[in-house]
Design a protein around this ligand. Sequence first.
Ligand code: NAD
Ligand code: APR
Length: 245
Amino acid sequence: KNNPLYQLAEWISSSKHTVVLSGAGMSTESGLPDFRSRDGWWRNMDPHKVANVTAIEENYELFWGFYKYRIETVEQYSPHIGHHILAKWEKNGWIHGISTQNVDGYHVVAGNHNIVELHGNIRSIRCHYCGRSSDVADFLNRLNCSSCQGPLRPNVVLFGEMLPDNAWNQAFQWFHRAELVLVIGTSLQVAPANQLPCLTSGHTVYMNMEMPEELDPSFDLMIKGKVGQLLAELDEMLDYIHSGK
Ligand code: NAD
Ligand code: APR
């Protein structure tokens, strides 16, 4: 019983408001690279060149190529067991919702309904000038906005852009009210998403493959491992605890 996962399973069972903050580590087992690991995106591309709002004006070809490739990979792969487990937990009322930094939409595809997409969703497209929404096919075919001829871009939060107000406010409420916060598959390097865990007065748990030296805030539990594996083990314990009841 001194297994930290068992302690976590008990916290999940007794918490009345559990929220999740997920990052790119949630989707690497689906085949989508993360950003700051050994083979992450930012190992061989400068994010402030390609995923930056200035790239749209200064180097649209590079910006468009990067997001075209990411859209195609998101459409080629699919959610893995870890996403499906979190969808089951929401259905069972074991978690309240997920605020994700991911733009792949995989939590929604897996069946979660209470989702806050802090950095937007790569599959929805808008004109960078007039904001008119467009569809993925137009973006992939390199078309311009049909009403103002402006450049098209995915609805993702680029470096230098603010987060969507409603997303930030919703997440802020959830984390402020949370009795338990699970942080899954994120290096917590980017603001303001990395500020959310500090908001709760409840327990905080960090589940990740790499354990950063300093983590602010300090977490009540830090569990090292692969997301798919950790969630599968936790799911088994939760089923056992709830069958016993
Ligand atoms: P940053 O750490 O400099 O700041 C994050 C952004 O959030 C800034 O625009 C800042 O104005 C805003 N912000 C900071 N604190 C806030 C608060 N308390 N409430 C509301 N907004 C707040 O990060 P950055 O380098 O400017 O990157 C901006 C965002 O772009 C980050 O959230 C990053 O994750 C995101 N991003 C997305 C992609 C993608 O492909 N989806 C790629 C790169 C960056
Ligand atoms: N299991 C557990 N942890 C994993 C796994 C896995 N299968 N795969 C990767 N990880 C861990 C990595 O060790 C890393 O610490 O997930 C973390 C992913 O961190 P980042 O690559 O920094 O991704 P993320 O934290 O989501 O980045 C935040 O930065 O560029 C912006 O907008 C982008 O949303 C992104 C934001």
